[in-house]
Design a protein. Structure first.
Length: 135
């Protein structure tokens, strides 16, 4: 069937973790609240599928804040990590306003954010088991 992705946060995660059985959970982390929410639901999530943490825009508070978030998240057991941080950038920020991928927003195509997001999507598909010729 067709793959579908949804972004959820906070209390929604507890409900969804109880009723959904994905192949892979993608867990964007951008601040302390995201880490706290993730820590609460990881046990329910990892019973069903691996959790793949992505630091997305988590550098907006500076490098020390990012490192603190990374250290705190690493205390959560049974999660995997995307090796690159998707940094805060104007192009990535515009994706929220346009509800479009970074390569489709004004001044987004060809940017570092574009290339990092393509890399993230490829890594997610690879981790989920999609063969390279279908990515």
């Amino acid at each position: 069937g067709a793959a579908e992705a949804r972004v959820l946060a906070g209390a929604e995660l507890l409900v969804v973790a109880a009723i959904v059985t994905p192949d892979l959970w993608i867990c964007p982390v951008d601040n302390r609240t995201a880490i706290e929410s993730l820590a609460e639901v990881v046990p329910a999530m990892t019973e069903k599928a691996p959790c793949y943490v992505v630091f997305y825009g988590a550098d907006a508070g500076g490098i020390n804040t990012l490192r603190g978030l990374q250290e705190a998240t690493r205390l959560i057991p049974d999660v995997e990590y995307h090796p690159e941080v998707i940094p805060h950038s104007p192009a990535a920020f515009r994706t929220q306003a346009y509800y479009s991928p970074v390569w489709d927003v004004p001044h987004g195509k060809g940017t570092a954010a574009h290339h990092l997001m393509v890399g993230l999507c490829d890594a997610i598909l690879k981790r989920a088991g999609f063969p390279e010729e279908k990515r």
